[in-house]
Design a protein around this ligand. Sequence first.
Ligand code: PMP
Length: 406
Amino acid sequence: MIQILLFLLLQCSMSSRAPPKALLQDMVVPPRQLFGPGPSNMADSIAETQSKNLLGHLHPEFVQIMGDVRLGLQYIFKTENKYTFAVSGTGHSGMECAMVNLLEPGDKFLVVEIGLWGQRAADLANRMGIEVKKISAPHGKAVPVEDIQKAIAEYKPNLVFVCQGDSSTGVAQPLETIGDACREHGALFLVDTVASLGGTPFDADALKVDCVYSATQKVLNAPPGLAPISFSDRAIEKIRNRKQRVASFYFDALELGNYWGCDGELKRYHHTAPISTVYALRAALSAIAKEGIDESIQRHKDNSQVLYAALKNHGLEPFVEDEKLRLPCLTTVKVPEGIDWKDVAGKMLTNGVEIAGGLGATVGKIWRIGTFGINSNKTKIENVVELLSKSINETRMYCFINLYYF
Ligand code: PMP
């Protein structure tokens, strides 16, 4: 009898669990102008793809779309690399994929650190038990390439990591000659272009880059969720000759390469690609192909000048002093003395515009203004700086009133 009662009680308590109230309401997504470090706004031609019906991930039409994406990625990375595809995951998955394939126990890893992303690469390598050496620059500066060449010659690493555009500082690290030094000393050259691809010059083959990864949510204006990546023949040779198998199945470059049709072999099931995000990437690459990759880079450069001029007009200063080292698609701005960056960013957000504060060591010191893809536009940029200046003045006024009356 007691057992029956207990059973009934359990049944009652199980069936009486109410669904979360929040999920009975419609989702709220306010319009927002995304001028932070990413994601950026989606272009209409890309947003439209998100309501298209799904295809099976091995259907011939989807295989064709994957093929188009590979061609588009070779175009924007400027490479002939066969192993050029997109990892299912955000920018971090590109970093993890590159590192788990290109490093193995006993290897030495040289990290060029100009901000948070070098630290992140070093952290990942530490987790993998890999010996790491860092060569760093003070925040807001780049590491001179001569110092990098010297470090490669002395340390003789197996892999060298450089972040081309560090979104925590707004610095664009020069890459020229690093690839040559890597070849001379038997190292592979790995570049993070998550925040820079399409917004500043990059030529994987001319720079002798062995692996480069990026992300979809910055200059490409697509939703986050894929990490474009490309491996040189040297990199693939190293992966094929590893003493140990790659510890990750999901990020195994040879398996992924087969799934994306890079090796000319019969395609095997690896995972289910995020179909809609692949559509979005195809549309993003189509938009860049129509504009031209060099034209896109030039537009970002021209509009960075518009941004610098607007900042100057409003008495604001870029954080990166040397203009040649500024990342054209992401500008860091010094927070004026006595101003709370958060109050200002909060005021902008209530006006529907996002800019971000610093990241890692730059928190509190800077704002970060991303002008990626369609947001690299003269009028939009001038409006954002106008609103930034207005928000700063309002914050100043509020501080003054507070001081005066209380
Ligand atoms: N590298 C750089 C330079 C980045 O700016 C970011 C993201 N802001 C990442 C890597 C990581 O990308 P995600 O957030 O898409 O994982």
